[in-house]
Ligand binder design. Structure first.
Ligand code: GCO
Length: 263
């Protein structure tokens, strides 16, 4: 028996039209799951469907604002009717605003908390009843280095991702007895559009100072790729992890273990 086989499982990936969510959607589909992805607009849905088709993967796309409980409940209901009860939820949708705290508006702080912390609550609350009905479920929260560490300009993001680590532990605590496992994936520094500003080449062609910093802090000596996150996510989505619960699996090339290379 292949304990990593997801055949017969229905997965929902929020923010799954591009970047990390897209890579995870492709990976879950290639592991056998029937994948549904969520995005915020019809344009994103169409672009996402085209990208999955180009990757040779058939998926279902759904538009819903993940901070809107009514919209999320309607999406989960539509998925149940059109695809099936959701077995695997990946709370991936997220935003970041890099602003010094004293310059950040409460509105901007709240927006980050809404998307990065309250939306995973809303989506988890929407899928758990179906998981209870089926007698099993997997919830995977995309956490962050900022679930463990702070840094300048990311106060809202760190507060949200720290909270998401504890929401992960609480869902484990509240529903572990119903055979629902809730774990996190903690990406290190991954080369995506979201981190592109941190990797921009300088005018003289040199690396961005933050890029150099991350390279010095990562034993692997490189930024991660979205593909680095796929295997750990398939593991947490599969029966191979049925006794793993409330854990955040850091996929960071060793950053959290390393004091950093001597300058
Ligand atoms: C930042 C980065 C990080 C990464 C990721 C690390 O500004 O420090 O955006 O937050 O995106 O979350 O795990």
């Amino acid at each position: 028996m292949n304990m990593f086989d997801l055949t017969g499982k229905v997965a929902l990936v929020t923010g799954g039209a591009h970047s990390i969510g897209f890579a995870l959607g492709v990976g879950l589909a290639k592991a056998g799951a029937t994948v549904c992805f969520n995005c915020s607009s019809e344009g994103s849905r169409q672009r996402g469907l085209a990208a999955y088709a180009e990757a040779g993967v058939e998926v279902h796309g759904y538009v819903a604002d993940v901070t809107d409980e009514t919209a999320v409940q309607a999406m989960v209901k539509a998925i149940r009717e059109e695809v099936g009860i959701i077995d695997i939820l990946v709370n991936n949708a997220g935003v970041i605003k890099r602003v010094p705290m004293t310059e950040m508006s409460v509105e901007d702080f709240s927006k980050v908390i809404d998307v990065d912390l309250i939306a995973p609550f809303i989506c988890s609350k929407a899928v758990i009843p179906g998981m209870l009905e089926k007698g099993h479920g997997k919830i995977i929260n995309i956490c962050s280095m900022m679930s463990e560490l702070g840094r300048e300009t990311v106060s809202a993001y760190a507060a949200a991702k720290g909270g998401l680590k504890m929401l992960t532990r609480n869902i484990c605590s509240e529903f572990g007895g119903a055979n629902i496992q809730c774990n996190g994936i903690g990406p290190g520094y991954i080369a995506t559009q979201q981190t592109a500003p941190l990797r921009e080449r300088q005018a003289d062609g040199s690396r961005h100072p933050f890029d150099q910093f991350i390279i010095s802090k990562t034993p692997a000596g490189r930024w991660g790729t979205t593909d680095d996150l796929v295997g750990p996510t398939v593991f947490l989505a599969s029966s191979a992890s049925d006794f793993v619960n409330g854990h955040v699996l850091y996929v960071d090339g060793g950053i959290l273990a390393y004091i950093g290379k001597q300058p």
